[in-house]
Design a protein around this ligand. Structure first.
Ligand code: NAP
Length: 279
């Protein structure tokens, strides 16, 4: 049996084993591969990699706090892993460790699958943390004309905008007036903050910017728990096209399994299967 796994600390709540094992079963590869979750403390990234090589692990996903630690440990990096300076998928093949990053690509595939092609759009991106860093470059690669990075801490937004040498990312605040001013120019809004998330996420104090988006606008929320945040509810009530972050989670896993197996999968069919499995 070939081993696949996800490493992180904490890791118990990870959905990756469910997603990957569901796909492996559907592909009738569950007799050949098994995907598990392993708690690996942050100080042990290199030790785990050595162990994985010795055990003949076929590949693994990585979450906090290993994504950055893995970069200098790889024999090769994909373009996205190099661009992000972070690895979330490692393929161990022919004695070589190749680091990939499916975070941003998963977001873009989910956005397209939801009918929210960013090409030609000006985007209102809320947040400037880790998720926003994954999303912003992909919006530009997907053809977005410009992206306003709106964040409570504007210095963090400015840091993220420095990434694009062509100046298509513009920093802004996230206060009511700023959002009301920018929203009419944006035909896509993407929430990359933790506001609206179940538990400790906090809530948007004011959602009136949703009413200022043009009628053809779409709203994508990276949060998937709850399935419909207050932001998405407000957008749907206005008749705007909406999607939550489940698709992003699912597409990251599909892209990772394609890398592990070194073959193309029927992505849309897998996505439907995983949506069912997550219910
Ligand atoms: P992070 O690095 O901690 O960033 C959090 C962001 O939220 C920052 O921009 C922060 O602003 C903002 N924020 C937090 N509390 C706020 C408040 N009370 N008022 C205004 N802004 C606030 O987190 P992350 O990794 O980027 O994750 C953000 C969200 O995306 C989480 O809910 C996570 O679950 C979700 N996510 C989903 C997927 C998926 O596959 N669907 C993948 C990754 C992340 P400041 O900079 O001002 O603190």
């Amino acid at each position: 049996m070939r081993q696949l796994c996800v490493i992180g600390d904490p890791i118990a709540h990870s959905k990756s084993p469910l997603l990957h094992n569901t796909m492996l079963r559907a592909l009738e590869l569950d007799g050949e591969y098994k995907y598990t979750a392993r708690r690996v403390p942050g100080a042990d990234t290199a030790a785990f990699l050595a162990e994985a090589r010795a055990e003949g692990v076929a590949g693994f996903n990585a979450t906090m706090p290993h994504k950055e630690h893995l970069v200098p440990l790889m024999d090769r990096l994909s373009d996205d892993a190099r661009m992000y300076g972070a690895v979330n998928t490692v393929c161990l093949r022919g004695g070589e460790a190749v680091g990939h990053n499916t975070d941003g690509a998963g977001f873009l595939r989910a956005l397209l699958a939801a009918g929210l092609d960013p090409a030609g759009r000006t985007v209102l991106l809320l947040g400037a943390g880790g998720a926003a860093r994954a999303v912003a470059p992909k919006l530009l690669q997907g053809g977005a004309e410009a992206v306003f990075i709106c964040n409570r801490t504007i210095t963090r937004a400015a840091q993220l905008c420095a990434w694009d040498p062509l100046g298509r990312l513009a920093p802004a605040g996230m206060d009511r007036e700023t959002l009301a001013r920018l929203a009419p120019r944006c035909s896509l809004a993407v929430n990359c903050t933790s506001l609206g998330m179940e538990g400790t996420g906090g809530q948007f104090e004011d959602l009136s910017f949703v009413d200022a988006l043009p009628p053809e606008a779409g709203v994508f929320d990276l949060i998937y728990s709850p399935a419909e945040t207050a932001l998405l509810r407000r957008a749907r009530a206005r008749g705007l096209r909406t999607a939550n972050g489940l698709g992003m989670l699912i597409w990251q896993a599909i892209l990772a399994l394609e890398l592990f197996l070194d073959r193309e999968l029927d992505g849309p069919a897998m996505a439907r299967l995983l949506e069912e499995a997550m219910k």
